[in-house]
Design a protein around this ligand. Structure first.
Ligand code: 4AD
Length: 491
């Protein structure tokens, strides 16, 4: 006879209960898994002293003496390597810098001040040899970021890039944590879309490689498209978030964004990650700026705690130690606020720029950099831009010349966040779309203003620019796992 459901549940629960107890009281949930129990991060916590352990990882340093060999093994679970002490008889000639090994031994207290524990090996096996002559990264050599970047498939074998990846992962969690703790609902906005949200024409078009999948109909241009309309990779999830905010109040998304910008600049990618939020019942730009400021501040504090060792290592190894002050400013100091018009006056008073900027023109990188420096090396909100500089959805100010838009500029990087109040007046929005000849395409967007419209606004933060600013990284390609730029999409 089948066991009653309650008994079945009890026996299942009995099996998972000890696991649950292990999880509790251990800050990081990954420790629940037996694989992670053997991770170097766990072993370095010292609690396993005298245990027999099995370590698998890559040799990141190797020092040989006549009667003993020291290996630094890293499995990527933390910034510190685990020192393995082995008798030379255990190490064949294939134990080299860069190879992948499996080591069995005893975890003992280390007499070296650099580490608390080490493994006294009694078995060492090479899982994957690595020819140190051919391997592009050399032992004890500091490789430049430019050099490392030329090996995108091997970058994680370097300590600096693995640190960056762990920081990136922690920062991702920190942003989610901020939104989840502040009543925002995560929305998976689409990657395929028929709208060019920013209206800048920087879209990638999407059609199937197999042209037989589209069935052209004579006289019907739309039928030439797989989706029966021109379709693009999204340049922003904003419009889709606006849809959802009109029912959920506070929403956010964190995903890949695509721009066909013909720039190989240090702050531009064709594929980058954007964190976007949309909130209703906003009265002024200040409502949005407060969320932007709190999000950046809280997230930065969380990352500085959760990825402390990696951030320390990364800054030290990339020569960006003075970046700590910038991070301090981002995590603790109040951000400055000026209007676009005030910014132009300040720039005019300073006459040293190569490019002069007139009211109505976009600020150049050099202007943005100067403004943050001039205002005390803190993040600066620039608000109320001329209407012609911002997209159709931005709310017109009562002066009929400027719009309720805001850019957050940060030292070294320039624009980190772009945001605005959204035009919620049906007639104003309709006439703007009409002027652009796009009212038919955006009929659904106009509907949002027709049925229970609410004043709202939001913003988008470039995640890679955030990491650049946090870590003082000069080139945006060094903070993303697989950079895409014009001419670069190799793997
Ligand atoms: O200022 P942007 O274009 O704003 C929008 O897309 C709005 N629709 C967002 C919103 O309100 N929901 O882009 C937002 C941010 C920029 O401030 C910048 O940090 C980043 O995205 N960004 C880029 N990052 C890397 N490479 C590029 N090509 C970028 N373009 C913009």
């Amino acid at each position: 006879m089948a066991a009653p459901l309650t008994n079945l549940w009890k026996s299942r629960f009995a099996t998972i209960n000890p696991l649950l107890r292990i999880c509790k009281g251990m800050g990081n949930s990954y420790r629940c898994y037996s694989f992670a129990k053997q991770s170097i991060a766990r072993m370095l916590e010292k609690s396993l002293i005298q245990d027999n352990v099995k370590v698998k990882g890559w040799v990141r340093a190797l020092r040989g003496h006549r009667d003993v060999i020291f290996l630094h093994v890293s499995d990527g679970s933390c910034v510190k390597p685990l020192q393995v002490v082995a008798d030379p008889s255990l190490c064949g000639s294939d134990v080299t810098y860069g190879c992948c090994v499996s080591v069995e031994g005893r975890l003992v207290e280390s007499s070296h001040p650099g580490q608390m524990v080490e493994v006294a090996a009694h078995r060492l096996q090479v899982l994957g040899p690595c020819d140190p002559v051919e391997f592009p990264f050399k032992a004890r050599k500091k490789h430049s970021a430019d050099y490392i970047r030329t090996y995108p498939h091997l970058r994680p074998r370097t300590n600096t890039f693995s640190s960056l990846l762990r920081i990136r992962s922690q920062a991702t969690m920190a942003f989610h944590k901020y939104f989840q703790e502040n009543g925002f609902c995560q929305i998976h906005t689409p990657i395929l879309t028929s709208s060019d949200c920013e209206g800048a024409g920087e879209v990638f078009c999407v059609e199937p490689a197999n042209s037989q999948l589209t069935q052209p109909v004579e006289g019907d241009r739309e039928a030439n498209h797989f989706f029966k309309c021109p379709t693009y990779l999204n340049v922003s999830g904003q419009l889709h978030l606006e849809v959802m905010s009109g029912g959920l109040s506070r929403v956010y998304t964190f995903g890949p964004t695509f721009r066909a910008e013909n720039s190989r600049g240090r702050h531009h990618l064709c594929e980058f990650y954007m964190i976007e939020a949309e909130l209703v019942f906003t009265d002024t730009l200040e409502d949005i700026m407060q969320v932007m400021e709190e999000m950046v501040r809280t997230t930065t504090q969380t990352v500085m705690e959760s990825a402390q060792e990696d951030v320390h290592y990364y800054l030290q190894n990339t020569g960006a130690e003075k970046q700590r002050e910038t991070v301090e400013a981002m995590a603790t100091r109040q951000f400055k606020r000026i209007t676009y018009t005030e910014a132009i006056s300040l720039l005019h008073a300073n006459n040293t720029f190569q490019f002069k900027v007139q009211w109505g023109a976009d600020l150049q990188k050099e202007h943005e950099r100067w403004l943050t420096q001039h205002l005390g090396d803190v993040p600066v909100f620039v608000t109320d831009f001329p209407a012609q500089l911002k997209p159709f959805y931005t709310k017109l100010n009562p002066d009929n010349k400027t719009v309720g838009a805001v850019d957050l500029l940060v030292p070294g990087v320039g624009e980190l966040i772009g945001g605005s109040l959204r035009e919620d007046n049906y007639d104003t929005l309709h006439s703007r779309l009409e002027d652009a000849g796009e009212q038919d395409m955006y009929d659904w967007y106009l509907d949002l203003r027709k049925y229970g419209s609410a004043p709202h606004g939001g913003f988008g933060l470039g995640f890679e620019r955030y990491l650049q600013h946090l870590l003082g990284t000069g080139n945006i390609r060094d903070v993303i796992p697989f950079p895409r730029s014009p001419g670069t999409c190799k793997l």
